[in-house]
Design a protein around this ligand. Structure first.
Ligand code: PBG
Length: 327
């Protein structure tokens, strides 16, 4: 008898063989860049907990969106940081609200080169920081919030957004926004549902990025980190309500949920590599503890391997540049 009988290392013998047998690939068009635009600033502002990411002015947003398009990313996802907030988040569906104004500008600039997308949620626009409107007792009012989302969705479509990212985790939000869009003639506007969005610690730096007013937490609407089956159920419900794309978020701590959702639905599945995931790798790299480029590309490849068809990542433009070098 001769051992070993199996030699899987044969497939790893050279860069050429490894390249030929790689199962999972990452290309620039699978990456979406989240971007922040802030009302009332004259220069882009750094976000201290997210080194390399900025709150943009309208002008710097346009320039950065153009750079992202040139790098070949698949889309940009816009988040607005308004100067004024109120209880119902009225800036969200105001055509002169910062997010809608920015959407119009970015769509005019790069709308043909990539997919212009907008975050559809009230948390940046409310003075209490919750993703919906509140009842008298302080709880988030699901059904009253749906009406606000419907108005916000129509305003975003009118401003030129091609894809709405429904990140509020209200029950029935996909159906409510779909109905409102269709009633106004926006039958082509895509809905991407943040179906399995978990309440946890990894959104910390984002709260600085959008100057979040939130006190407390989002545990009555976002998912409990212990629940995988419930994430799949949410994705199935969103598909039934008409979601064109579903999402799992955060990415790395929830790869099992991502794989399960991928196996359970027949629409594209996306993942959001969130602010905390970004900042961990940036911080470790800045300390010289980890190879930055290697860790970034490996994390993105891992998210793809688990089942993501596309990934929202703050490294989208930079990673797209590296991926083009490799081609
Ligand atoms: C809510 C929203 C959040 C993120 C994206 N959309 C914040 C939250 O749910 O608290 C977080 C993204 C990130 O951390 O990178 N509109």
């Amino acid at each position: 008898m001769s051992f070993p009988t199996h030699r899987p290392r044969r497939l790893r013998q050279s860069p050429a063989v490894r390249r030929l047998v790689r199962e999972t690939h990452l290309v620039p068009s699978q990456l979406v860049l989240p971007m922040f635009v802030r009302e009332g600033i004259s220069e882009p502002a750094d976000i201290s907990s997210m080194p390399g990411v900025q709150q943009h002015t309208l002008d710097s947003l346009r320039r950065a969106a153009t750079a992202a398009a040139e790098a070949g990313v698949g889309g940009v996802m816009l988040f607005g940081v308004p100067a004024r907030r109120d209880a119902t988040g009225s800036g969200a569906d105001d055509p002169r609200g910062i997010l809608n104004v920015a959407t119009e500008a970015v769509a005019a600039e790069v709308g043909d080169a990539l997919v212009v997308q907008t975050d559809l949620c009230l948390d940046e626009f409310t003075d209490h920081g919750h993703c919906g409107v509140l009842r008298a007792d302080g709880a988030v009012d699901n059904d009253a919030t749906l009406e606000r989302y419907a108005a916000m969705g129509v305003a975003q479509a009118r401003a030129g957004s091609t894809l709405l990212g429904l990140s509020g985790m209200m029950d029935g939000q996909v159906a409510a926004v779909r109905d409102a869009l269709d009633a106004e003639g926006f039958t082509d506007t895509l809905i991407m549902a943040y179906s399995a969005k978990y309440a946890g610690a990894f959104y910390g730096p984002f709260r600085e990025a959008v100057d979040s007013q939130l006190k407390g937490d989002r545990r009555t609407y976002q998912l409990d980190p212990g629940n995988g089956r419930e994430g799949v159920k949410e994705a199935l419900l969103d598909v039934e309500e008409g979601a064109d794309i579903v999402m799992v978020k955060p990415a790395l701590p929830y790869l099992d949920v991502l794989a399960d959702v991928r196996a359970s639905v027949d629409v594209p599945v996306w993942a959001y590599q969130v602010s905390g995931e970004y900042s961990m790798i940036e911080a470790a790299s800045a300390n010289g503890w980890i190879d930055r480029r290697g860790a970034i590309l490996e994390s993105l490849l891992g998210i793809r391997r688990a089942g993501a068809d596309a990934i929202l990542t703050y490294w989208a433009a930079e990673a797209a540049g590296w991926l083009r070098e490799q081609l």
